[in-house]
Design a protein around this ligand. Structure first.
Ligand code: NAI
Ligand code: 3PY
Length: 386
């Protein structure tokens, strides 16, 4: 028998029981659930990562839906428990759902939600921040200053890389990868090389148009290239940012051999998922290539770093905060709650999960739909005509 976990209850007499495994930012998501007759139970347990047993205890004997977190292991055991409790809906408060076994959810007929669209720009901005911080050695220089080591301007002090005119490489040019590419191309006049399984047509058009604009103004135009292989990006780019999903095809995409093909002074940024990079190989590479720099938001064994990484001056490390802007985190909570609510109420699935603005408008009721259910097709759920 799993041990009980501490909870906070809203609207105790609500008809549907919805559990959130964590307190989430804002109150709109709670109010939207309450307005539709949900009893909302929020886990207030102090430990950061809940175990499967903790979540089983939270689900209990009767539960209509759960809003969970990317740190949790949503596999066969939890979907079986949710199904036994009468639950039909789960949503990650995240766009990535590599922590969810969607086949297991399908087996139990549980809808799986995620939160695309609302975190695209926020995440891309953090990737851009890490790119700049690495290029201009901002964290190293900040530490130097605070340590009282600055005793006057010097020609060689913290010399870094100029981005203008260099090449930015994007691996995984989906929503976030494309937004990041636009920031780096438009903001710093970098040329683009990208690799994705699909053509990023809108991104290509944007760079073409921006290049034409620069040329018309007497400036060097920016260019783009869709690489035929990931290795081409690694060889040619000066700054490389990783934005694919994590699956079997992207696990350890960046390994010892591939690191060796990158430029000695290249910058590597990872705001996707830690296991996309072989972190042990990365630490070795950083040790032997002091001019190679990385900006990491995600780690292979979160919350841990591989031995040696924390000591590397050429690494900038932040604790998985890429989507951490207030607007985005509140929006993620709203979308996750509406995914669960929509399935409970039997609403259809929103037709375009990339256009979620109508769900985020605080001054209007959200559409009667689940914003994004990744297994809608597998479960044969209807799609909204709105
Ligand atoms: N660090 C953080 O806080 C955040 C991390 N993420 C991560 O970023 C990922 C991407 O998010 P979105 O851009 O919204 O997803 P998306 O689905 O729009 O983009 C992913 C892209 O990766 C491409 N891709 C898939 N397999 C590939 C492969 N083997 N090689 C090259 N490209 C491949 C896809 O074709 C797609 O274009 C999420 O799945 C999540 O893991 C997302 C938000 C915040
Ligand atoms: O949404 C995701 O996938 C995250 O990593 C957190 O924003």
């Amino acid at each position: 028998m799993a041990k009980p976990v501490s909870i906070e209850v809203w609207n105790p007499n609500g008809k549907y029981r919805v559990v959130s495994t964590k307190p989430m930012p804002g109150t709109r998501w709670i109010n939207l659930l309450i307005a539709q007759d949900c009893r909302v139970e929020i886990c207030t347990e102090k430990k950061t990562i809940l175990s499967v047993e903790d979540i089983i205890a939270l689900i209990g004997d009767r539960c209509d839906g759960v809003i969970g977190q990317l740190t949790e292991d949503w596999g066969e055991t939890l979907f079986a428990a949710l199904s036994r409790a009468g639950g039909k809906a789960f949503s990650n408060m995240a766009v990535g759902y590599n922590n969810v076994d969607v086949n297991a959810a399908n087996k139990y007929g549980v809808a799986v939600g995620n939160t695309p669209g609302v975190l695209t720009e926020t995440t891309a901005e953090l990737a851009a921040s890490l790119s700049l911080a690495a290029a201009r050695r901002i964290v190293e220089a900040d530490g130097f200053m605070r340590a009282g080591l600055y005793d006057g301007w010097l020609p060689h002090l913290f010399v870094g890389n100029l981005l203008k005119g260099q090449t930015v490489g994007v691996i995984g040019a989906g929503r976030i990868g494309s937004a990041y590419a636009r920031m780096m191309v438009e903001g710093f006049k970098m040329n683009l090389i990208y690799y994705d399984l699909y053509q990023a047509t809108r991104l290509e058009k944007f760079v073409t148009a921006y290049g034409a604009f620069l040329k018309a103004n007497g400036e060097q135009p920016v260019t783009w290239k869709r690489a035929g292989s990931m290795d081409e990006v690694l060889r040619e780019a000066d700054v490389i940012s990783l934005h694919p999903i994590l699956d079997k095809t992207t696990y350890h995409l960046i390994n010892k051999e591939r690191l060796a093909t990158m430029k000695k002074e290249a910058i590597l940024v990872n705001c996707s998922r830690g296991p996309v990079v072989d972190e042990v190989a990365l630490v070795e590479h950083l040790k032997h290539n002091p001019m190679f720099r990385v900006g990491l938001d995600v780690f292979e064994d979160e919350p841990y770093m591989k031995p040696g990484l924390a000591e590397m001056k050429n690494a900038i490390v932040v604790p998985h905060i890429a989507s951490a802007s207030k607007w985005t985190r509140e929006g993620m909570a709203t979308l996750a709650a509406l995914n669960v609510l929509g399935k409970i109420k039997g609403y259809p699935v929103w037709g375009n999960p990339n256009q979620v603005e109508p769900f985020l408008n605080e001054n209007a009721s959200p559409p009667a739909a689940s914003p994004s259910l990744v297994n809608a097709k597998a479960l044969g759920l209807p799609v909204s005509k709105l």
